[in-house]
Write a protein that binds this ligand. Structure first.
Ligand code: GLC
Length: 572
């Protein structure tokens, strides 16, 4: 091990290799069964007339930036992109499409260069992108390929007609899933996907080795609940974008999905359909009061279940999972839409809640004490608009806004069309708070003082308006843009992208910004943070060609109609 030297993005270096970490030489799955080229695009023919005409309308006018600015007549609903394959017809190009067709912003080409510099190779094949290429800072684990960080990179490559790296990544991480994972003497569930991995190169033996972290090396020792969900979501994005279902159909992939599902669908003592988890098990990977039933995990859970439903085979083993997924989706959407949703009317109802109700007919089911409603929410809640709050559990509602969960709720159609519209209304009317000078606040508002001490355990990295505690993360731009397109409000995305363009390159693609308005480069932010780069690229490409949205968006399932009381403040 001591002789190993890294082969990370050609110029990465590896320090402090934890000798207790799991290290294993991995072998490639025999993928000879996989077609090298995507399957014939039979689904292409099934595009609806609406989609075809919409696409041609857009592609005619998409080249001028003007057309992006002026599309106020985007369809309110992009549902028809859901169940059709929209394979990219490009492949093998090194130059992004936009460079040829539109007059791109100069930073677009620069972003592509940065993204390519971040590639990580395993035995000569690209398998992912490094988290950050910042040589000025101590690496910690930023020299790794993070599963969640790779998602925007993967989408950028898919949108640019380069699916190979995404396939390699999916296959590699699937192999890692089968490793035995232990924290001290405790063995983790079989289905757990890694938070991150890195490639070590031994120049003497000229061999590559993978080293992965499932939470056993992570700060805080938390397993990444989101990784498995992102993996399934990405598998569907790959399938949808290429039209190649042979990867998803492989027995290894089917099994990988079933293992992830086994973990999150297992029966226990739960009284709610939401998924119970530890603090810091997702993008916010430190103690931030996001334990219990955080919105980020619930939205990703919902989306992954829906993607799995599209990908699982109806065979003996698959059938049972499909049944369980359908039941869970039903209960989960009801629970989320009813109890996590907050708008003016809901807030007023909670404000007037009676407590200590014991019966099936209780209105205040979780016994939330109205005095626990924080002051800020009364000013923050606009007359029009609403959102899914951060967490709901017995006697506890975390009223904070979390960007990722709300955007994924829109993309997965966990949010009803009305709720999606309301979320966008909220973003528009609370622009200064949620976007400010740099998109987008990971959560709002920051916690400070005594609350910060109790909730974060005095975390010096998560001081108020910094990092996970109210910091602004450029990566979230792609999620915001996707949500904007889906709800027919691209002008909001355009405004956010313009803000990002005014600073990101100048500031060398920071990981996050600090301050109430996001005016300062984050205290400990890495520069050349890959997902800041990729998030920008994906946002740009999606806005230029909204048909890309289909790979990351799911239409509303009419079977899951909500039973929620609608707020009188909503106008449609
Ligand atoms: C930080 C972020 C986490 C991300 C990692 C690598 O730990 O909180 O979400 O995956 O950096 O960029």
């Amino acid at each position: 091990m001591s002789e190993l030297s890294p082969n990370l993005a050609q110029n990465g270096t590896v320090k402090n290799i934890d000798s207790s970490s799991t290290v294993a030489e991995t072998e490639d799955i025999d993928f000879s069964k996989l077609s090298e080229r995507p399957r014939p695009l039979t689904m292409e023919r099934q595009r609806s007339y609406d989609e075809r005409s919409f696409l041609s309308e857009l592609s005619v006018g998409m080249s001028p930036r003007l057309s992006i600015r002026n599309i106020d007549s985007y369809p309110r609903n992009m549902d028809h992109f859901e169940n059709v394959f929209s394979p990219s017809r490009r492949s093998g190009f090194n130059t992004p499409r936009s460079a040829m067709e539109v007059e791109p912003h100069p930073m677009f080409a620069e972003a592509w260069e940065s993204l390519r510099r971040s590639l990580v190779f395993f035995r000569g094949k690209p398998v992912g992108t490094i988290a950050a290429l910042d040589n000025s800072e101590e690496e910690l684990n930023y020299d790794q390929v993070f599963v969640r960080d790779f998602v925007p990179s993967a989408l950028a490559f898919l949108m640019n007609g380069e699916p190979e790296i995404v396939k390699n990544f999916l296959v590699k991480t699937l192999r890692l899933q089968s490793w035995e994972k232990k924290v001290d003497r405790f063995q983790l569930g079989e289905g757990v996907m890694p938070a991150s991995f890195k490639v070590l190169h031994d120049p003497v033996r000229n061999s590559d080795t993978l080293i992965a972290d499932f939470g056993e090396s992570a700060i805080g020792r938390v397993a990444p609940v989101d990784s498995g969900f992102w993996w399934i979501i990405l598998l569907r994005a790959y399938t949808k974008s290429t039209g190649d279902s042979s990867l998803a159909e492989l027995p290894e992939c089917q099994k990988g999905m079933r293992l992830i599902l086994t973990l999150c669908l297992s029966e226990g003592f739960d009284t709610f359909p939401t998924l119970l988890c530890a603090d810091g098990c997702c993008m916010i990977d430190r103690r931030m009061g996001v334990y219990g039933y955080p919105i980020e995990i619930q939205a990703l859970f919902f989306m992954a279940l829906r993607c799995a439903l599209l990908l699982l085979k109806q065979d003996d083993q698959g059938k049972d999972f499909i049944e369980r997924i359908v039941k869970r989706l039903h209960a989960l959407s009801y629970h989320m839409r009813s109890y996590f949703w907050l708008d003016m009317k809901q807030l007023n109802d909670i404000y007037r809640y009676k407590t200590e109700e014991y019966s099936h007919t209780a209105v205040n089911k979780f016994n939330v004490i109205p005095d626990s409603i924080p002051e800020w929410i009364f000013d923050f809640m606009p007359t029009y608009g609403g959102y899914f709050i951060g967490n709901v559990s017995p006697a506890r509602m975390d009223f904070r806004w979390f960007a990722l969960g709300n955007c994924v709720a829109i993309l997965s159609s966990l949010a009803t069309p009305e709720q999606s519209t309301a979320i966008m209304d909220l973003i528009e009317s609370r622009w200064e708070e949620l976007v400010g000078d740099m998109p987008l606040k990971v959560c709002y508002p920051a916690i400070e003082g005594h609350e910060w001490r109790i909730v974060t355990g005095c975390d010096p990295k998560n001081t108020r308006w910094s990092y996970h505690n109210g910091g602004s993360w450029p990566v979230l731009l792609w999620l915001l843009t996707a949500a904007c397109i889906k709800t027919g409000r691209p002008q909001i995305a355009r405004r956010a992208i313009e803000l990002a363009e005014s600073r990101l390159v100048k500031d060398s693609w920071p990981e996050y910004y600090d301050g109430k308005l996001g005016r300062f480069i984050g205290k400990q932010a890495r520069k050349f943070q890959t997902w800041s780069v990729a998030g920008y690229l994906v946002a740009k490409m999606m806005l230029e060609d909204p048909s890309h949205l289909g790979m990351i968006s799911l239409e509303e399932d009419k079977q899951m109609k909500p039973l929620i009381k609608r707020s009188a403040s909503w106008t449609f």
